[in-house]
Design a protein around this ligand. Structure first.
Ligand SMILES: [Zn+2]
Ligand SMILES: [Zn+2]
Length: 334
């Protein structure tokens, strides 16, 4: 204040010395008022309303203080939402219909394997279990209408995987059946009497995003596995994994660059030592397999070891188990 008053009196004195300057002195009392106003407003203005950079300065222009512009609410998202649609693949829903064990206790457990794959609007069956009676009864209990099945992929020729095929076709449904070229001619003719049949080639596309590895020969029994591309990565579905579970995953990996999200089905490790299973587990980790659902012919010891190794990423199998992949929304903190 002392400086302002000093300047004021100095200016007044200077003006008085110069003739005709009285009219220019008219604003001077206003200047004093302005200074007072600045102080009053400053003391009553909340910090939020003081424009940034001007707080604490006596050189704030009056117009900014008297009519402070309301600071707009700045809405900044604190998370980034990654939508699964980014990959272009639909979500996948897999229901185990036929298995050695029953996850849903209403269902009948019988040695064998069958899984329903719902993929966008497409519905297909991977393997048919050992008999049509159990297959159809379990489907009925799960509320699955066989008429919805547009395709069947048969992993290999063993009875616990193809046993329900003809009985299913006898209900009048006509899915396209994908078989191995090596299947015996009489079985292929049996199916062809009801519906169309396709002998798979490596990378056989069933619909966009649903692909067969084709016939793998690295074991005694040739077999195909199904690869389901999802927004989270691949789901690899195996029947008995006779060519070797690691070989199957490698074949699936070679089909696309997608990460392996989940491997499920029979891993066929009943006759492996714990050391061999440990090596397989290490390979699963090296191949960056995120989740596992070893079931059917995997073997109790191996299932236990997979459960211990994978913890929360181990999924218990059994008839009636439903797995949905791709519906989770990933949230990343900024
Ligand atoms: Zn088998
Ligand atoms: Zn089997």
């Amino acid at each position: 204040m002392m400086n302002w008053q000093w300047i004021f009196f100095e200016a007044l004195f200077l003006c008085l010395l110069i003739s005709g300057c009285q009219r220019t002195l008219d604003p001077v009392p206003l200047t004093v008022t302005m200074t007072a106003t600045i102080q009053d407003v400053k003391s009553s203005v909340t910090p939020e309303l003081v424009p940034p950079g001007n707080s604490g300065s006596d050189e704030i222009e009056l117009s900014e203080i008297v009519s402070p512009e309301p600071v707009p609410d700045i809405v900044e998202p604190d998370v980034v939402t990654v939508t699964p649609e980014a990959t272009g693949y639909p979500d996948a829903r897999i229901t185990i219909i036929y298995d050695n064990t029953a996850y849903d206790k209403r269902l009948t457990p019988v040695w064998g394997f069958a899984a329903l794959v719902e993929y966008g609007d497409f519905v297909m069956l991977f393997d048919t279990g050992g008999d049509a009676t159990t297959l159809l009864r379990n489907m009925e209990l799960l509320g699955i209408d066989p008429a919805r099945i547009q395709a069947v992929v048969l992993s290999h020729i063993h009875g616990d995987h193809i046993g329900g095929m003809v009985g299913l076709l006898e209900t009048g449904v006509q899915p396209t059946v994908y078989v191995l070229p090596s299947f015996n001619a009489s079985f292929k003719q049996q199916i062809a009497a009801y519906t169309s049949i396709i002998e798979v080639i490596p990378g056989q596309v069933i619909v966009d995003g649903l692909v067969s590895t084709g016939e793998l020969h690295s074991g005694i029994i040739p077999e195909q596995a199904l690869v389901v591309e999802t927004p989270e990565g691949q789901i690899v579905i195996t029947g008995c994994a006779h060519p070797g579970i690691v070989e199957i995953i490698q074949a699936a990996k070679d089909l696309s660059g997608s990460p392996i999200h989940l491997v499920l089905g029979g891993f066929h490790l009943m006759d492996k030592s714990t050391l061999q299973i440990q090596e397989i587990l290490a390979t699963f980790r090296a191949l960056e397999v995120k989740q596992v659902m070893p079931t059917h012919c995997t073997g109790e010891v191996a299932i236990k070891m997979f459960a211990e190794e994978y913890g929360m990423d181990y999924i218990q199998g059994g008839a009636g188990r439903v797995i949905e992949v791709g519906q989770m929304v990933t949230q990343i903190d900024e």
